[in-house]
Design a protein around this ligand. Sequence first.
Ligand code: FAD
Length: 262
Amino acid sequence: MEFVVCIKQVPSSDKIDINPETGSLVRESTGAKTNPYDLSAIEACLQVREKVGGKIHAISMGPKQAKTALREALALSVDEVFLISDSCFAGSDVLTTSYTLAQAIKTIAKPDIIFCGKQSTDGDTCQVSPELAEFLGIPHALYVVEINDINDEYIVVTCDMGSYRETVKMNFPCLISVEKDSFIPRFSSLRNKIEAQKKPINTIELKDLEDKDKNNYGYCGSPTKVSKIYVPEIKRETTILDGETDEVVDKLFLKLDEWEVL
Ligand SMILES: Cc1cc2nc3c(=O)[nH]c(=O)nc-3n(C[C@H](O)[C@H](O)[C@H](O)COP(=O)(O)OP(=O)(O)OC[C@H]3O[C@@H](n4cnc5c(N)ncnc54)[C@H](O)[C@@H]3O)c2cc1C
């Protein structure tokens, strides 16, 4: 069987600069790490490969720095990795990111299952996975917390929908996005980490895709326009209440009454 895992590199800190003109994150202003949900997606995929066998391709769309995330995937024994990178992909919104990933997957493989994380820890929309499945015209199950059954025809998964859980059976090809805590990522050995440094990272550019019209990618192809982006100002006023405990409790109740929170 053939699998694709989508992994995104995200900022390792929430202290990140924002370009005031474009509203985009200045990713170079902080360190980077692999999106934690995507490490769980890799883990889910490895568990499936252990059961049914097959080849895993990991893909990441991003700048050259995203190679580090792909090397991490190689160290976890993913078979082959692809960096999807081209200057005309810059500024992609969710729709265009999903479209580009779909185009790249068509170029790379004919996967039976595509694995995604439930969400990224920066953009955090949870929209890439379903949009990617829609672009590829395949069924999808989101918020997967358990893989109940798999064989060479179909997969059965349980999805946590918040107030209820549903069990879904899907024929291949299909896409699943996984919850972080349900597939705890394994550690890679030092030997695998060293080996991963020597393995090739394939690059996918616009010229490799079926749709070569650059107007469909990046800023040009993105219908979302960020009109304003800013860090909200947090206003806090501190009041220290002095006195014995009973006295302080009385003062506290008076304050709460005054603020109309009682
Ligand atoms: C107008 C606009 C401009 C933007 N410009 C930029 C920009 O210049 N630079 C920039 O970095 N971001 C930019 N973004 C943000 C970018 O659109 C999102 O980071 C991207 O669409 C992924 O969305 P998300 O993080 O919400 O993913 P989610 O939907 O939360 O992610 C779900 C899963 O999808 C997969 N996935 C998501 N993104 C990728 C990826 N890149 N590669 C592989 N798998 C992935 C992962 O498995 C992930 O766990 C822009 C957004 C908008 C609206």
